[in-house]
Design a protein around this ligand. Structure first.
Ligand code: GLN
Length: 262
């Protein structure tokens, strides 16, 4: 299969499409990102790499970081994780509050903001130096010591993070956030600000595609069952539709129950 030809075709089709998006401007620093930047990178399990466009340009990976926080939390907490959040598509916007009320503060999945906040809370409970330890985990699985947070972007999001503040406090009112909400939010803004290029992201997440779920350096990140679960949750819960809301295809049965023991 000629992968380069395929991604080139996708790149030029999207680049020439009349449907143009806009950089998310609700985080002030993101409004300064060049909207022309667009790249695709593909890393294969047999160590081939294909890129087109601005695939070496670093950007804050925002919600993509939720896959990395979930991976580390799942590695640490195992199946106990699912007493704190579900694995179902939400059907509402990624930053919605309404569903949480009906679900008693249990986020639908780890990829909506509420779920990512609960995952951050779990990591804070387990790690000694949360920001440093999470960064060390990312550097280790990507074999890239250069990875870093952008405090400029994290602070920018913090300055306008009213909705995430509301979400975090709302979940805490149900007892599903254990730590101080400011500490949880501070970590959340940091993970969203993690800077990577398309090439770095595709290299980093390759462990979810390898048959043995190991990184290029043979580091076992998750066991097979955990990696398959994350792949399934990404497939069913990780879709945004064009209005920026989560769209979904198939639902997985969710686990329910309130608890903050992790
Ligand atoms: N940091 C962003 C937020 O909380 C992440 C959401 C996204 O990338 N869609 O709003």
């Amino acid at each position: 299969m000629n992968y380069q030809e395929i991604i080139d075709e996708v790149y030029f089709t999207v680049k020439n499409s009349e449907f143009e998006g806009q950089p998310a401007s609700y985080i002030p620093e993101l409004a300064n990102v060049n909207p022309e930047n667009f790249g695709i990178h593909l890393s294969t399990v047999d160590h081939c790499k294909y890129g087109v466009g601005n695939y070496l340009e670093k950007f804050s990976i925002q919600s993509i970081a939720k896959v990395l926080t979930l991976s580390l939390a799942y590695k640490i907490a195992g199946e106990n994780l699912w007493s704190r959040l579900g694995v179902e598509p939400s059907g509402t916007a990624f930053n919605s509050l309404s569903q949480l009320e009906l679900d008693n503060g249990i986020p639908r999945n780890p990829f909506v903001n509420s779920g990512a906040l609960v995952i951050c809370d779990i990591l804070i409970s387990h790690l000694n130096n949360t920001k440093e330890d999470f960064l060390a985990f990312c550097r280790s699985i990507s074999d890239n010591k250069q990875l870093n947070y952008s405090y400029k972007i994290a602070n920018s999001e913090k300055s306008v993070g009213y909705r995430n503040v509301a979400l975090c406090n709302f979940i805490k009112s149900f007892g599903n956030i254990v730590n101080n909400t400011e500490v949880v939010l501070d970590f959340y803004y940091c993970i969203c600000s993690l800077e990577m290029s398309c090439q770095e992201i595709s290299n980093t997440l390759l462990f979810l595609a390898n048959d043995d779920f190991r990184t290029n350096d043979h580091l076992q990140v998750l066991n097979m069952s955990q990696a398959k679960s994350i792949n399934a949750i990404m497939l069913t819960c990780g879709f945004y539709d064009e209005s920026g809301e989560f769209a979904f295809k198939v639902g997985l049965p969710g686990k329910s129950g309130v608890g903050a023991e992790l």
